[in-house]
Design a binder for this molecule. Sequence first.
Ligand code: HEC
Ligand code: HEC
Length: 319
Amino acid sequence: MASSGLLLALGLFVGVSVAARAAPLDEPLKPLPPIPALDSKRVQLGLRLFNDPRLSVNNTLSCASCHRLDKGGADDKQFSTGIDGKLLEVNTPTVLNASLNFHQFWDGRVETLEEQAHLVVISPTEMGSTWESVVKRIADDPGYAKDFKAAYPDGVTAPNIQGALADYERTLQTPNSRFDQYLLGNTDILTPREKFGYQRFKEYGCIACHQGVNIGGNMFQKFGVMGDYIADRGNPTRADEGRFNVTGDEADRQVFKVPSLRNVAMTAPYFHKGSAPTLENAVEVMFKYQLGREPQKNDTQLIVEFLKTLTGEWEGKPQ
Ligand code: HEC
Ligand code: HEC
């Protein structure tokens, strides 16, 4: 009997200390991992390159022209303007937390940030340049040449430029969202409505596709599981074929990478064609075409309130 009293006392003690430590919750969504410790010389080079218009053929566009860190890592336009002054074919996704996506691009045509950087520089519509020209411009700049030599034994090369950009992008994580603080055990930080919104997100099955540390970014899915969204939206183009353009497989028509929902409140408009102007609209489309369900009264609004808790911090400031 004495021992059960002891166990009880022990149980109480453990219970109290766990509460005081605010134990992480066991939830299907996970907080962001720590930002990886990378060579700061490489990261700094990546930061400079990311903001350097010399990566584009006519010195007009840098990565930051379309991926603005003050606009959630994208821009607020349906389509960004490319090098030739024409609008691009798909909406610009955010670079924030992109390193946590299992593939890059809406159709997932590459896996690594290095390959992504390679393609965007030579893309005739985006930066329109060649690696020969970019390497020459960077190597001809004495400041860059010196700093590359310090960061990479072989100095300025195309793979090193791509590597520096990718390492910089790996630091572009947005920790400390209110939802991550909640997951880490600070359960009072969300309002009851936001908690209801998260419940609904799980109950309706949004979480079947938007899941893991990036709340998305870890699978491909058809856009229009329960109805033909693209036909209903109108003006279909080649870009609407999604992953089919990469694999040629019929089953991949209109299949896209499920996007991350982190910082989603900051990155309107939505979808690969920027066809949903507001978060409310995007959630309504998801209900109808991905779930085939009619949300109960207020549920769209509750989910939107939950989605707004996914806004994290960049350089210590809210996004
Ligand atoms: C003219 C606008 C523009 C410029 C300049 C630009 N991007 Fe992008 N970026 C886009 C668009 C649009 C996409 C989506 C293309 C697609 O999915 O087919 C994209 C996709 C990406 C992605 C994939 C994100 C994801 O989750 O799929 C990354 C990473 C990225 N860009 C980084 C960069 C870097 C690094 C540079 C500079 C070397 C750069 N971008 C320059 C418009 C731009
Ligand atoms: C069957 C998988 C699936 C389900 C279920 C699903 N989504 Fe999506 N979601 C996607 C895909 C795929 C896209 C990208 C569509 C595209 O190509 O533009 C997307 C896009 C979004 C976007 C736009 C993100 C952006 O950056 O453009 C939001 C917001 C969103 N989903 C929220 C939700 C919510 C809320 C639910 C539940 C009501 C939900 N999703 C259910 C697969 C799904």
